[in-house]
Ligand binder design. Structure first.
Ligand SMILES: Cc1cc2nc3c(=O)[nH]c(=O)nc-3n(C[C@H](O)[C@H](O)[C@H](O)COP(=O)(O)OP(=O)(O)OC[C@H]3O[C@@H](n4cnc5c(N)ncnc54)[C@H](O)[C@@H]3O)c2cc1C
Length: 398
């Protein structure tokens, strides 16, 4: 078992780290660089994205012949963690959700013609994208089989009707990947489609206000009223929607873990200066055993999550779906993120509750980690199913 990064990956990791420190953190430090939804302003982001491109750090997850860097998932894990050490980091490298997961899915399963039309502009940073799956009650949330949005065949087109919500980025996305119901078959009842924001037959009903800072384009509720999608814009075969979702979410969930690990590390970093200087009851805070226990616990939880993330990454690179491993990483890293941020806020005292540090931003953001891309409870359900099915082999070494 060897956790050494290859020289190529280590080189990328160090260059991402330097880029974040030199160019992104100074921008992040000034709240004037935020838009009204507390994300980086577009006019501030654009030059940073150009710079990342020039530095050869653009779209690490995409193939070189499409303008990316062709890193394996293990390499992404090392680099995304570095990006996550700034709250503005991932989007500067074109590695933020949901574009990241959408690109990975399209690169894996789209036809060459579909890649040219739908994927390449996302890689090039010319358009943003959304993944459209979750529905309001009684539609699909944790359980995709409850999907109510329908795609009905009409000649060489499909007609879409229904409602979706919490669609990240929909307010600015041009390219959409949509899941809709095409039959009642429990395993093969869903199909994936691609559509463009300029097509008629759909509308954003509202941008849903949330407790945390928002991704660009917010989290939107969408109504489909006869959107027509040509059959050539169907992704994979009819009935392959669940498969497409699993392919997308497998890696996308793990890339969340990679970025969140970086954010958790950053949260602890935010305490170092303060607890190294601030004195209470005759000792520096860092010298109090109680403080050390808090720090040690949070640091250990981060590393546990990180090891699970790396194991899942290696398994995905080997061609496995790594469902168990991804679920474990997602549960543990989401909790480690909460733990680290909460610890950091506690340790920097009143300042942690202020907007003078990014900790309060992270605290509000982090609450979504236990919900998005599968609530922690549903991942535990998946693990229990594996356990009951595999018995003692659940803990195999392969
Ligand atoms: C910030 C944010 C961004 C999002 N972005 C997108 C997006 O871009 N595209 C998209 O399609 N969706 C998106 N979502 C939706 C997200 O994927 C869903 O919230 C998630 O899948 C859970 O579905 P639900 O909200 O309908 O919860 P429900 O399915 O109603 O579940 C509610 C709660 O019940 C519990 N629960 C559910 N099932 C089980 C079970 N089997 N066992 C035990 N407990 C259970 C869990 O605690 C769960 O949190 C986003 C959500 C958020 C908060």
């Amino acid at each position: 078992m060897d956790f050494t990064l290859s020289p190529e990956i280590e080189d990328y990791r160090l260059r991402v780290r330097e880029f974040v420190a030199e160019y992104i953190r100074p921008i992040e430090a000034d709240r004037a660089n935020m838009d009204e939804h507390e994300n980086i302003r577009d006019d501030v982001l654009a030059p940073l994205r150009d710079k990342a491109r020039q530095a050869g750090l653009w779209a690490l997850q995409m193939p070189k012949d499409r303008g990316g860097q062709g890193l394996p998932i293990v390499g992404m894990a090392a680099c995304y963690e570095e990006m996550g050490r700034s709250i503005f980091g991932p989007v500067c490298f074109n590695s933020a959700a949901p574009d990241d997961g959408n690109m990975i899915l399209l690169n894996r399963v789209a036809t060459e013609a579909q890649k040219e039309r739908w994927l390449q502009p996302i890689i090039d940073g010319k358009v943003r994208s959304s993944f459209v799956m979750t529905e309001p009650m009684p539609g699909s949330g944790s359980d995709p089989s409850a999907m109510k949005t329908t795609a009905t065949r009409k000649g060489d087109s499909w007609i879409i009707n229904g409602r979706k919500w919490f669609i990240t980025g929909a307010g600015v996305a041009q390219h959409f990947i949509l899941m809709a119901k095409t039959s009642n078959d429990p395993r093969k009842g869903l199909t994936a489609f691609l559509f463009d924001a300029d097509q008629p037959g759909w509308e954003i009903v509202r941008r849903i206000p949330i407790m945390g800072p928002e991704e660009h384009g917010g989290h939107c509720e969408i109504h489909f009223d006869g959107l027509e999608i040509k059959d050539e814009n169907r992704l994979m075969e009819v009935g392959d929607g669940l498969k497409a979702t699993q392919i997308r979410l497998g890696t996308a969930r793990l890339t969340h873990c990679m970025r969140w690990t970086g954010m958790a590390k950053r949260a602890l970093e935010e305490t170092f200066d303060y607890i190294g200087k601030r004195e209470s009851f005759g000792l520096k805070l860092a010298d109090h055993e109680g403080v050390q226990w808090m720090l040690g616990e949070a640091a250990m939880q981060i590393d546990i999550g990180r090891l699970l993330t790396m194991r899942a990454a290696a398994k995905l690179d080997s061609g496995d779906f790594a469902r168990k491993e991804v679920s474990m990483a997602k549960i543990v890293v989401a909790d480690a993120l909460h733990k680290a941020i909460d610890t950091a806020i506690q340790l920097v005292g009143a300042r942690g509750y202020s907007k003078d540090t990014p900790l309060e931003w992270m605290y509000r953001y982090a609450r979504q980690a236990r919900l998005v891309d599968g609530a922690s409870e549903t991942h535990k359900m998946v693990l229990a199913r594996y356990l009951l099915n595999e018995d003692i082999d659940f803990w195999s070494w392969d």
